[in-house]
Design a protein around this ligand. Sequence first.
Ligand SMILES: Nc1ncnc2c1ncn2[C@@H]1O[C@H](COP(=O)(O)OP(=O)(O)OP(=O)(O)O)[C@@H](O)[C@H]1O
Length: 342
Amino acid sequence: MTLVRKRRHQQALRLSLPPPPPPSSTDDFHSPPPQPVTPPTSPDIIENLSDLSKLAVLGHGNGGTVYKVHHQRSSSIYALKVLRFNNQNNNAAAPMMREAEILKRVDSQFIVKCHAVFHTISGGGELCFVMEHMEGGSLYEALRAHERLSEDVISRVAQCVLKGLQYLHGTKIVHGDIKPSNLLINAKGEIKIADFGVSWIVGSGNVECCMGTCAYMSPERVDPERWDGDDNADGFAGDVWSVGVVVLECLVGHYPLIRMGEKPDWAALIWGICFGERLEIPESASPEFRSFVRRCLEKDWRKRGSVEELLQHPFVNNRSFTTSFASATSNNHGLLDFAFHA
Ligand SMILES: Nc1ncnc2c1ncn2[C@@H]1O[C@H](COP(=O)(O)OP(=O)(O)OP(=O)(O)O)[C@@H](O)[C@H]1O
């Protein structure tokens, strides 16, 4: 079996970055004025990184840290994701440049908004993404705090994520790393997709070394030889698979493709993704939930449900909620609030 760590259908995009400013300081926020890489796409214009003051650390990811920051001119709060790379190493910088390029393209209510990107030379090189602050943290944190979510709430999570994917796939972007820690929640309880660190644009054609989170990867990404993922799969179906894993995880309260108590090693993971036939779906799950998860977790990507199909699925469409989405979110009782208080 070949474990694929290479992105085979993507091209390293050339980002029209200005030349890096001359070195003079090591202070992140007081180095020579970094140049904005992307113009802000919202009325919130952030012209200088030095206008942002760090308030707290929101989290850490691979290669970077996310800070809660205050923008002095607008008195607004943002999340600042700082990715460090070695300026001499173009290979290390390429995925981050691609993330900036992709963020420049996207604008949807189901995607965490990026207001500006700055390139600095601090610490050998940094890309700083000024993001919409998602006050509720990630779905990962919500699951750790509450373990399981109700089907009503999972349905809404699925709907938001699918709508985000509908937008992304419509612009030929594969997210490539849908997982609970990349689904963020705002103060209204809305779920949005974040983190385009391993995303790619279909048809851009270059070979690029890149990897998402294996646990949420589809069979055709983990084992392309067996599942004909090498030449034909476009990646969109892989995002749908990841939605299925997330949805099932929300109901059972743990990573669902490995049995409870089973040693979560690499072999178990690969077995669960590529060969495991039995899905652990609780007896109490509704027929709609079962059917939805099965359409997402169809191992053969050609037979898997598409985003369009799943948006019409009874689990997310025309579901009779005990509370409507609008009323659940209208008074600041967002969809997760609704889940926990239902
Ligand atoms: N816009 C945001 N608003 C609020 N919190 C955020 C925001 N973006 C990220 N975070 C927090 O910071 C954490 C780290 O985010 P980051 O995107 O760097 O990495 P990750 O997705 O958790 O991990 P990985 O790098 O492995 O994908 C997130 O899990 C989340 O808790």
